[in-house]
Design a protein around this ligand. Structure first.
Ligand code: 13P
Length: 254
């Protein structure tokens, strides 16, 4: 299980540092056994140093919300994979629907970012997910399959822990309306079978498939209880240590 918090563009640096400390302390205080649950937070780039320091000595991993596809160079405002590894990042979210929507990020760009993350030993959290229109027109599965094809084309995955895929239906993000456990499970099974075709059954069985989209403490147990749901990518509920830790606690029971 992997529970990852995507803080998006929220908190300033002092508030982010405090949130990270509270998450680490909350996990420490909990009676749950987190030995089978990895926990990560993905704050804004500006926070990585401070949050990394706040998490020092804890088991919470650090992730970024994006990574640039190029090694270095004249890309004003962008952040490279080696910058992220040098500051202690383990993960980088790639292809979030907000990047696809607001920055027209294409599958080809997502693919280049995945390749670059892999080349630097960062674990990409590759986001896929259909819009409401796609779901209503019966195209959800084909959209997700084509996003996977775009993102993973030619990507070598030597070990299952070198890749994470997050299924985030766009209509469930920030709406308070999560996918039903059955909808999540059905699409996760599609993702799993796609990965099996690319990397073999054994490796695909071990890749963490996260569900994202209005996962909260009250619905986490049921979503995480689905056989192909291996964790969550949590937006707004990751901005309060209490709710984020509560979701991680549910993961220990799933
Ligand atoms: P919410 O949990 O706020 O719906 O956000 C989900 C998400 O986009 C995580 O990447």
């Amino acid at each position: 299980m992997l529970i990852a918090g995507n803080w998006k563009m929220n908190t300033d640096v002092p508030a982010g540092r405090a949130l990270a400390r509270n998450v680490a302390a909350g996990l420490d205080r909990s009676d749950a056994d987190f030995s089978e649950v990895d926990v990560a937070v993905c704050p804004p780039f500006t926070h990585l140093q401070a949050v990394g320091e706040a998490l020092d000595g804890s088991s919470v991993a650090l992730g970024a919300q994006d990574v640039h596809a190029e090694e270095e160079g004249a890309y004003t405002s962008d952040i490279s994979a080696s910058m992220l590894t040098s500051i202690g990042c383990t993960y980088a979210i790639v292809g979030h629907s907000e990047r696809r929507q607001y920055y027209d990020e294409s599958d080809a760009e997502v693919n280049a970012k995945v390749v670059q993350a892999r080349a630097h030993g960062l674990v990409p959290i590759v986001c896929v997910g259909e819009t409401l229109e796609h779901r209503r027109s019966g195209d959800a599965e084909s959209v997700v399959r084509s996003q996977l094809e775009g993102a993973l084309d030619g990507v070598d995955v030597p070990r299952a822990d070198a890749l994470v895929v997050a299924y985030e239906p766009v209509w469930a993000i920030g709406t308070g309306e999560s996918a039903t456990p059955t909808q999540a499970q059905d699409m996760h099974a599609v993702v799993r079978s796609d990965l099996a075709g690319r990397y073999g059954e054994d490796l695909a069985a071990e890749v963490a498939l996260l569900y994202g989209g209005s996962m909260k403490p009250h619905n986490a147990a049921e979503l995480l209880g689905q056989p192909d749901v291996d964790g969550g990518l949590i937006g707004s509920a990751s901005l309060k240590a209490e709710s984020f830790v509560a979701i991680a606690e549910h993961a220990t029971e799933a």
